[in-house]
Write a protein that binds this ligand. Structure first.
Ligand SMILES: [Zn+2]
Length: 184
């Protein structure tokens, strides 16, 4: 996995959904992620948005918490722990590869086609994150280095050199470093 072209927006949907879930959970107040926010995150798959229900809030919030622990373990260089946590998620639901036709195109899925929404996205997110770990690319599952920011991101840069979640955090960290240098 080197460079942007290798990330298929659909195949890797699980990674982007996982990143969004973790970010939302870390920033949002309140006991659960609201269903309107979930609809925005799952927009990558219109069929999921259609099925989405307020009753799914708790399940997706729990998934966000679990995925957040995986990102935290990776950020702390505890890859064994990250792998163990992913294995727990992967073992929750039976999975087998099968082809499904969507919008006239065959796609390979690993989750059973009739799973409810939260189990399905648990399987997709865990598998996509696990693939990145298995490819030796865990460093691409980043946590922002800027002070007072704990957002996570997928580093799609060529040499996996990204350190911040956004240009805003990058600039903030740069000017803080500049001020520190001037002060000393
Ligand atoms: Zn940030």
């Amino acid at each position: 996995m080197t460079g942007q072209e290798q990330f298929d927006r659909y195949v890797d949907a699980g990674v982007f959904v996982a990143v969004d879930l973790v970010d939302l959970r870390r920033q949002a107040e309140g006991p659960v992620i609201p269903v309107v926010e979930l609809a925005r995150i799952l927009a990558v798959d219109p069929a999921s948005v259609e099925l989405l229900d307020k009753a799914d809030e708790a399940g997706f919030t729990e998934l966000a918490n679990q995925l957040g622990e995986v990102f935290a373990a990776i950020d702390g260089d505890r890859l064994d722990e990250a792998a163990e946590r992913l294995n727990v998620l992967l073992a929750l639901y039976p999975a087998h590869p099968h082809l499904a036709k969507e919008f006239g195109r065959w796609r390979l899925h690993h989750h059973p086609p009739d799973l409810p929404l939260v189990p399905m996205w648990t399987a997709i997110c865990a598998e996509n994150i696990a693939r990145i770990l298995a490819a030796g690319e865990a460093a691409r599952l980043g946590t922002c280095d800027a002070q007072n920011c704990n957002r996570v991101y997928l580093d799609e840069s060529k040499n996996a050199s990204r350190r911040y979640c956004s240009t805003a955090c990058n600039n903030r960290a740069r000017s803080a470093a500049y001020r520190r240098r001037r002060a000393s």
